[in-house]
Design a protein around this ligand. Structure first.
Ligand SMILES: Nc1ncnc2c1ncn2[C@@H]1O[C@H](COP(=O)(O)OP(=O)(O)OP(=O)(O)O)[C@@H](O)[C@H]1O
Ligand SMILES: [Mg+2]
Length: 351
């Protein structure tokens, strides 16, 4: 059993609340990512799981055992951090074998385990090299292999790809995903990169100021954000300040225009979210249930799609439109944009 369960975890530094009562369960075999802006408490929470930080309140259990007061080494966790911390004078093979040798494993078993893991991280051909003879991505793979080799049931990773360039990062993301699937380990991963989180995770825990804003699958966070904070953090969105005026209808604060929505309109929601790719730039004769006329303030060509900023009064809309349909649009010209009621989501913005 390698479920990680956190209950009521709180941690303050002087008057500053770093974690404000976090409840989180990571089931066995899950890839769960802690995502959030800098300072939101991700590393603090990971260190509470690792045992490097003891919480002021709350319980940490791993595999059903309360480990809140158990020292880090006895928690049976593997850890990979942003700095690789490889031993410089040891070869790749010896670096990876190191955790097995300190556990006094027989040398034949060490050899077979290290060779297997070298295969998985695809470093067998350079096992004799020293860390300084490796690229950043290769070094990071050695660090991951060194953690995987003794088969910890739970691995904690804090921004392990943060120091790498984009291409290497994408390559290693693929590898981490493959290794997770192949080995069936539980991974608790930290990143502030939402694309990385969406790509890697079974579930994402979006943190803000020491609390969980939403916990769910990447699809849930993207398509059903719990509030305006989540909508703003995950993907791109237009968030329009509004008030509910009648069932199925809201009024935009900026223009006073009434907008039809498909949602039940009770409650205190005050932001209308529309993803840029749900807004169409309308051709003559085309119509939508909601339409707005504005000036094209910005045009950016991004390949198959174009990103337009269309301004109507004090409200700017970001629109992503297929290039094939919008290539002849001119800066400063007037455009009619529109969307259907079901393409917008009414959310709450916390003050
Ligand atoms: N030892 C400490 N003393 C005082 N404040 C601390 C300490 N450690 C962390 N903090 C504060 O707690 C908050 C959460 O820090 P944490 O390192 O968990 O953030 P993070 O989400 O990992 O951010 P980043 O993405 O920048 O790594 C921050 O505001 C930080 O300044
Ligand atoms: Mg951190």
């Amino acid at each position: 059993m390698s479920t990680v369960a956190l209950s009521g975890i709180a941690k303050s530094y002087a008057n500053f609340v770093a974690l404000n009562g976090v409840d989180l369960t990571v089931p066995e075999g899950e890839f769960l990512t802690l995502l959030g802006a800098s300072g939101s408490g991700k590393t603090t929470l990971l260190n509470v799981v690792a045992g490097m930080i003891s919480p002021d309140r709350g319980i940490v259990s791993i595999g059903g055992r309360d480990v809140t007061h158990v020292p880090p080494r006895q928690r049976g966790l593997g850890m990979v951090f942003q700095s690789y911390a490889l031993v410089p004078h040891m070869s790749v093979f010896d670096n990876i074998a190191f955790p097995l040798r300190i556990r006094r494993m027989a040398s034949a078993e060490v050899k077979s385990r290290v060779e297997k893991i070298l295969d998985i991280v695809q470093l067998g051909h350079i096992a004799h090299r020293k860390p300084r003879e490796l690229s950043g991505g290769q070094q990071q793979r050695v660090a991951i292999a060194r953690c995987l080799v003794y088969q910890p049931p739970v691995i904690l990773m804090d921004e392990p790809l943060g120091a790498l360039d984009k291409k290497l990062r994408e390559q290693l993301q693929q590898e981490i995903r493959r290794i997770h699937k192949e080995m069936g380990i539980t991974i608790l991963y930290v990143t502030h990169d939402q694309e990385e989180a969406l790509y890697l995770s079974d579930r994402i825990c979006l943190m803000n100021a020491g609390e969980i804003e939403q916990l769910g699958t990447p699809q849930e966070l993207y398509f059903k954000p719990a509030n305006a904070f989540v909508a703003d953090f995950i993907g791109e969105s237009n968030l329009l300040a509004c008030d509910i005026v009648a069932p199925g209808r809201v009024r935009l604060d900026a223009s006073g225009q009434d907008i039809r929505i498909a949602q039940d309109t009770s409650g205190t929601a005050n932001r209308l979210m529309i993803r840029p790719d749900k807004i169409a730039v309308l051709a003559d004769g085309e119509s939508r249930a909601n339409e707005i006329c504005g000036q094209i303030e910005e045009i950016a060509f991004v390949g198959e799609t174009m990103r337009l900023t269309v301004r109507s009064g004090s409200q700017a809309f970001t629109v992503k439109a297929p290039t094939s349909r919008s290539a002849d649009r001119k800066l400063g010209s007037t455009a009619r944009i529109g969307w259907e009621p079901q393409d917008a989501l009414l959310l709450e913005a916390k003050s």
